[in-house]
Design a protein around this ligand. Structure first.
Ligand code: B16
Ligand code: MG
Length: 217
């Protein structure tokens, strides 16, 4: 009855949301759409394509397929320019501590992210080697809150869904984990992630006793 751990990327391992924001903001400005950091909250955990659909809805803009694809490419190129400069200093507090602890115990670990850029971000911040498998925006057909991303991760890890622990910062991600029958852990504000089984502000609040209790349930 082995336990597996699944980590979301943006908002859990690194704060790439600020770069997504800057890239969306630039496109929004070009299109004359008012776009704030608060609007960006709705984009967390949401696929690139869906984000653009929401942005265009906000501006009441109808796009041809060609325009739509071109804007997706433009946003991603701007985003890639930001993440190109990322390094270990951008890892969120105590994430390496938890990854190292679990790795030493040979616990199976997966990434479960909506991002198509997940692999290159993990390479930039030097955390790729901790993960047995990456399930990202390139491997899924249905976005969170659909449980697909975490179900694929569990399959690849060879761990039963009920024995998987999921760290998530987005409401849609918590819902996806719950729908998969997994143990959901909200990282961020407890009053936002109310559906999570456990809540922590960040990984500095997670100690070995808590992890051991999950592993030896
Ligand atoms: P990309 P996560 C998500 O990452 C972000 O939270 C979301 O804002 C972004 O649109 C999505 O990845 C897709 O990212 O444009 O790089 O494919 O939280 O699921 O790790
Ligand atoms: Mg996230």
């Amino acid at each position: 009855n082995k336990t597996g751990f699944i980590f979301d990327l943006d908002g859990v391992i690194v704060d790439t949301a600020k770069y997504h924001f800057l890239a969306w903001k630039k496109l929004a400005d070009e299109l004359g759409i008012d776009f704030t950091e608060k609007d960006n909250e709705r984009f967390k955990g949401v696929s690139r394509k869906r984000c653009l659909e929401i942005l265009l809805e906000m501006g009441g803009i109808k796009a041809t397929e060609e325009q739509f694809s071109a804007w997706l490419v433009e946003k991603n190129e701007d985003y890639l320019a930001y993440i190109d400069a990322m390094d270990e200093s951008e890892i969120l507090p105590d994430v390496p501590k938890v990854l190292k602890y679990l790795k030493n115990l040979k616990i199976p670990m997966a990434l479960g992210s909506a991002s198509k850029n997940a692999r290159s971000i993990l390479e930039k911040v030097n955390l790729l080697s901790y993960f047995d498998t990456l399930v990202d925006g390139n491997s899924v057909t249905k976005a969170k809150p659909d449980p697909e991303v975490f179900q694929i991760a569990a399959e690849r890890l060879g761990v039963k869904p009920e024995n998987c622990v999921v760290f998530e910062d987005a409401l849609a991600g918590i819902e996806a984990a719950n729908r998969a029958g997994m143990i959901s852990i909200g990282i961020g504000e407890a009053n936002v992630l109310t559906a999570a089984r456990f809540n922590f502000v960040d990984f500095t609040e997670i100690d070995s006793e808590f992890l051991n209790n999950l592993i030896h349930r």
